[in-house]
Design a protein around this ligand. Structure first.
Ligand SMILES: *[C@@H]1O[C@H](CO)[C@@H](O)[C@H](O)[C@H]1NC(C)=O
Length: 209
């Protein structure tokens, strides 16, 4: 029964996001909301802590609020159709809804390297730094390949800190919107993660360092 209610909740919350993204955003504190955890779904059962986190990443390539900056390029980069060799560092807002003014849930920080000579594909080394709700201060790290012209991209979760210690899982990302002229993209991210800090320190006792 609990499961049914929970499933119902998930369906309703994802429907409301899809149909009323603006309404959803305006119902919440635009700056910070401790209670809005609709972007987080606890799927734990038994000893296993499992969660699904769904949110949007605001990618600002130009203008006064630019969050993505190129820090290096190669001699080939300007003449490469895929900007091969370009390395960018970014600190993008993560929001509960697609609207940039919807509830902030964290920052998307790291390095993105253009690393394919033929197709548009990036190596992503990213930390999701959560700033809202019970996961404030915890992080999840991903490292993987992102072929941005594909509809759905999968990247591995390689670890986490705080509540997400021992995180393992994967991320699915899709492009929600892309505006080349404005240099403004919105990316949709869903993280499926197993985690937990049940670490036996006992096994370290005899490691006399
Ligand atoms: C930049 O951010 C500020 C503060 O959030 C906002 O008022 C302003 O409209 C933004 N500028 C642009 C060009 O979006």
């Amino acid at each position: 029964m609990e499961k049914l209610i929970f499933l119902g909740f998930m369906v309703i919350s994802s429907l409301s996001l899809a149909i009323f993204p603006r309404g959803y955003a305006s119902q919440t504190d635009p700056l910070y909301s401790e209670n809005d955890e609709s972007w987080f779904h606890d799927l734990s059962h038994g000893h296993h802590k499992t969660a699904k986190l769904h949110f949007y990443v605001q990618d600002l390539l130009k203008g006064e609020n630019q969050t993505v900056h190129e820090v290096a390029r190669a001699e080939i980069t300007s003449n490469s159709a895929t900007s091969f060799g370009s390395v960018r560092v970014l600190d993008n807002p993560m929001t509960a809804g697609p609207d940039i003014n919807s509830t902030p849930v964290g920052r998307f920080q790291g390095l993105v390297t253009s690393a394919d000579l033929e197709i548009l594909s990036f190596v992503m080394n990213i930390n999701f730094v959560f700033t809202a709700g019970r996961f404030r201060g915890s992080t999840i790290s991903i490292s993987g390949m992102n072929q941005v012209m594909s509809d759905r991209r999968e990247l591995p979760v390689i670890g986490g800190t705080g509540a997400f210690r021992f995180a393992r899982g994967y991320v699915i990302t899709t492009t929600y919107s892309a505006d080349m002229e404005k240099g403004y993209n919105v990316l949709e991210y869903t993280i499926y993660v197993n985690y937990g800090d049940e670490f036996s320190m006992g096994s370290c006792d005899h490691a006399n360092i």
